[in-house]
Unconditional design. Structure first.
Ligand code: PA5
Length: 435
């Protein structure tokens, strides 16, 4: 089980206050598990974890194997919920530099269609030059502007390089089972397709083909991840404060009610950045509505202690931290000695880097707590595929419970449409003319 430690929030919230929330958190959990609340037609993600590979998962594994064998690069096209999950998993498990040294047999993975930057596009074109590549295009609607533009260009490149049939065998579409532009294109061209269940919203889709295919292409054991998620489904069904989901959901709501309107989700792992991005969408899009919501911010320590540290320590007292910890890896780096000792580091000779990291963590937490910033700690344990699957499901469940406690529908996102309408009007898209 993931351990949630709230011993560093006392002083900002009290035990009686937390215990007083018991009925509220119980009701929120029941609303979710009994599927009686707002947005209950988007709860398909609750049932995604499986112990044995389904036919769909076997197809995903086979497609991933084909891509690994015939491609030096795999471009994954998608945005938001159709992008963040796979990137988060790959970067956390394999590191932000995971592409270095990869090629055919273990292709590099680049992400496209998650923005509109021409520089990013030009860079991708340079990276693809002379390379054998495949494209995974992910879009529930098939009409989201950013991935649609990127996919149009990549499809054209594939057709020019491999001919129509060759291109068709290198395109994998992950989309709605029945409707939408991408579904129609895939059916017409005969691309291999995988389904985004209509009952799982984008930010809850990492355990669907959206996450699983790119993650499998990276060589990550997706069944280990699924088993971790299945562990979570069983383990976090407890109806009491023994359940870390309850502790996290209740505690963050209590802190919010006490004026802590910003949550800083952080870790000491550089590979965690994109998981932070995934978490940001999960909680931000689920809770930020009806004039409510904790602002989800992320940070990477110790790097950001040298940029955000001052603000955290002494800025406006409207913030709490959620620190995600992983066990130190088995392979250690031992700090050596230096005859001159001009850097003054000889006092650490023989100590490991993770020993220093641990002290930095403890020292930073004590400083922030003293400065009035409560810290929730989430101890995940080993950084493995299985544990990551558990973490994904744990956070999704916590988000559902927390958002119901906040009194909002966790599963819609009406606000996302506004910028699109304005952009379409400015672009002159038919049907969006200025009234
Ligand atoms: O969670 C969401 O709904 C969004 O982030 C979508 O996933 C994102 O806008 C991409 O949409 P689509 O998959 O339809 O291209």
């Amino acid at each position: 089980m993931i351990k949630v430690d709230i011993s560093n929030v006392w002083g900002q919230v009290s035990l009686p206050d937390l215990l007083a929330l018991e009925k509220e958190v119980f009701d929120a959990h029941m609303t979710l598990s009994e599927r009686t609340g707002a947005g209950n037609d988007f709860l398909g993600w609750l049932d995604l974890p499986v112990r044995e590979p389904t036919e769909e998962i076997k197809r995903i594994q086979a497609a991933a194997e084909k891509i690994r064998n015939d491609s030096e690069v795999c471009v994954v096209v998608g945005i938001g919920g159709s992008y963040l999950g796979p990137r988060a998993a790959i970067e956390l498990l394999q590191g932000p530099n995971h592409n270095i040294g990869k090629g055919k047999g273990n292709p590099q993975i680049f992400f496209a269609g998650n923005g509109l930057s021409t520089r990013h596009w030009n860079e991708l074109m340079r990276l693809l030059e002379g390379k054998d590549f495949s494209v995974i295009v992910i879009s529930k609607s098939g009409t989201t502007t950013e991935p649609a533009i990127a996919f149009r260009g990549l499809k054209w490149m594939l057709e020019r390089k491999y001919g129509t049939d060759g291109a068709n065998s290198r395109i994998y579409a992950i989309t709605d089972p029945a409707k939408g532009a991408l579904r129609q294109m895939a059916d017409e061209q005969g691309w291999e397709t995988f389904v985004i269940p209509p009952s799982a919203g984008g930010r809850f889709s990492v355990l669907t083909p959206v996450g699983l295919l790119p993650i499998a292409v990276a060589g990550i054991d997706i069944m280990a991840m699924m088993n971790g998620a299945a562990d979570a489904k069983e383990a976090y069904d407890i109806r009491s404060f023994e359940n870390p989901v309850w502790l996290y959901a209740a505690c963050r709501n209590l802190l919010y009610r006490n004026g802590k309107t910003i949550e800083l989700f952080e870790s000491y792992e550089p590979g965690f950045k994109m998981l932070g991005g995934w978490w940001q969408q999960l909680f931000g899009e689920s809770e930020g509505k009806d004039g409510k919501g904790i602002f989800p911010a992320t940070a990477e320590f110790t790097a950001d202690l040298h940029s955000l540290g001052q603000l955290i320590q002494e800025g406006e007292r409207n913030m709490f931290e959620t620190m995600v910890r992983f066990d130190a890896p088995e392979q250690k780096y031992v700090i050596g000695s230096d005859v001159k000792n001009l850097d003054g580091l000889n006092y650490l000779t023989g100590k490991t880097l993770d020993f220093v990291d641990e002290k930095a963590y403890l020292g930073t937490m004590a400083a922030h707590v003293d400065g009035g910033v409560p810290v929730i700690t989430m101890d995940v344990g080993e950084l493995t595929e299985r544990k990551l699957g558990e973490l994904f499901y744990f956070l999704e469940l916590s988000c559902g419970v927390s958002a119901y406690m906040l009194g909002v529908n966790p599963f819609n996102q009406p606000g996302v449409e506004m910028y699109k309408k304005n952009m379409f009007q400015l672009l002159g898209k038919p049907g969006y003319e200025t009234k």
